[in-house]
Design a protein around this ligand. Structure first.
Ligand SMILES: Cc1cc2nc3c(=O)[nH]c(=O)nc-3n(C[C@H](O)[C@H](O)[C@H](O)COP(=O)(O)O)c2cc1C
Length: 433
């Protein structure tokens, strides 16, 4: 269906358009479900809002939080989400997606600790509670750019992601993968030292662990069968688990349950060559992670921000016009989130990609949660634009239009350019294109 830009002044307008396209957009006018606490791993998130990982490319060269990183998390803390899913932090120097991506080390762990203390202190003072904070531990794989230019480390040669085939020496060896797995042990150690509540073994958006889930064509023990394709992720978990010494510290993942590429180049898709999602393997994998590693929640996402960003974050403006109505993109995401939650009713599911609905985003989040389609709602671009929307929902029951994300793609352009990323519309004193 044709791409159209946002034109829904009222909630009723969204409902009518959703009905017209046969969408899956559960809306609720009453947003009180968002303010219910959620028990998680022996503790509790004060409400159902999560701020999704939003990388700012503003760390110092040695991987510590920079001035703008600190500013971002102070803003997030003040806003009062129950959970902050801290942005992608590299496990190794070669794993960084830019020379300014965060990278947690023995040398800078105290700077992370200081930032986490500040986040908790600010939120306690402003909101009366501290958020849970999960760190996203990453290996950027195909998108590694540790020195500011591409130095890809790929799981396998993947035509839909490569304009021209990458040289075979860019394919990581099994020995490299074993070394990368081991790094998660030290990162988990540092994560606890810094004071994070949990660590995300990042498995989304076609970074390394995610890419391996679709490595049907890779020979050897990390490719082909389901067991082989999930080996790296599980070994990263095993490595991380081996260094857990704080009983309340937990592991989880932000996971692509659908990549948006046809078999044999995508995870969570039918094997008939179509783009139709098939969540059988994602559900099996999440269930196994729950059983073996006792993950207390799963953060569900889709797509690839480089090749099919309309799947990852439906938008009005981007570097191409997709052949898809944005509400179809939202519906695919919401259906996927809901399918996972219904398949695993005992595991809280954190959903993604609510920002497209602007002032109605809280109503979608409330609809998904109140109807049992997910347990928490994660916000990315809205948190960049104006994290104050949580307080608006709390005080006025709705989000004001004046601060919403307009899905212009500006923050993503800054990120791709390797420059500090933020909202070029609502925070333009700090961020410009
Ligand atoms: C500038 C920018 C940075 C992002 N950084 C991360 C990241 O570090 N880790 C991650 O898993 N997703 C990242 N994402 C994806 C978002 O977390 C989120 O999934 C996406 O924007 C869709 O959610 P939204 O509609 O609420 O924005 C980023 C997206 C943008 C635009």
């Amino acid at each position: 269906m044709k791409h159209v830009i946002f034109h829904y002044p009222t909630l009723k307008d969204v409902q009518l358009e959703s009905d017209r396209i046969n969408g899956y957009i559960p809306l609720k006018e009453d947003v009180s479900a968002l303010f219910e606490p959620l028990p998680l791993s022996g503790r509790q998130a004060a409400n159902r809002f999560a701020f999704q990982p939003m990388e700012g490319t503003d760390g110092t060269e040695d991987g510590a939080p920079g001035e703008l990183t600190v500013r971002r998390y102070h803003r997030f803390a003040k806003a009062g989400p129950g959970l902050i899913w801290f942005e992608a932090v590299a496990t190794l120097p070669e794993a960084r997606a830019s020379a300014h991506q965060l990278w947690l080390t023995d040398q800078n762990v105290d700077q992370y600790k200081r930032l986490l203390d500040e986040i908790r202190e600010i939120s306690l003072k402003e909101n009366g509670y501290a958020p849970l904070i999960v760190m996203q531990a990453t290996h950027s794989g195909r998108y590694s750019k540790p020195h500011g230019f591409p130095e890809p480390l790929i799981a396998y040669s993947c035509p839909p992601l490569e304009d021209k085939p990458l040289p075979p020496d860019r394919i990581v060896s099994d020995d490299d993968l074993r070394r990368f797995e081991e790094a998660y042990s030290h990162t988990a150690e540092l994560c606890q030292k810094a004071g994070f509540d949990g660590m995300d073994v990042k498995c989304c958006h076609r970074y390394l662990a995610c890419e391996l889930l679709s490595a049907y064509t890779r020979p050897g023990v990390y490719g082909g069968s389901y067991e082989n394709r999930t080996r790296f992720l599980k070994n990263c978990y095993r490595a991380a688990k081996s260094s857990i010494h704080q009983s309340s510290f937990f592991l989880s993942s932000r996971m692509n349950v659908y990549d948006g590429f046809a078999y044999p180049y995508g995870f969570g898709v039918r094997t008939d060559g179509s783009l139709t999602p098939d969540l059988t393997e994602p559900i099996r994998l999440i269930r196994e992670l729950k059983e073996e590693f006792e993950i207390p929640l799963i953060n569900v996402t889709m797509g690839n921000p480089y090749k099919n960003p309309h799947v990852n974050r439906p938008y009005d403006h981007g570097n191409y016009v997709p052949d898809e109505h944005p509400l179809e993109g939202i519906s695919r995401m919401m259906r996927g989130i809901s399918e996972i939650q219904h398949a695993l009713p005992d595991l809280p599911v954190l959903g993604s990609a609510f920002s497209y609905l602007r002032q109605h985003a809280g109503n979608l989040a409330a609809g998904m949660i109140a109807d049992g389609h997910c347990s928490m709602a994660g916000f990315g671009r809205m948190a960049f634009a104006d994290p104050g929307f949580i307080q608006e929902l709390r005080q006025e029951g709705q989000i004001r239009t004046g601060g919403v994300c307009v899905t212009c793609g500006g923050c993503a352009v800054l990120l791709r350019n390797g420059t500090p990323a933020g909202c070029v519309v609502r925070d333009r004193e700090v961020y410009t294109l």
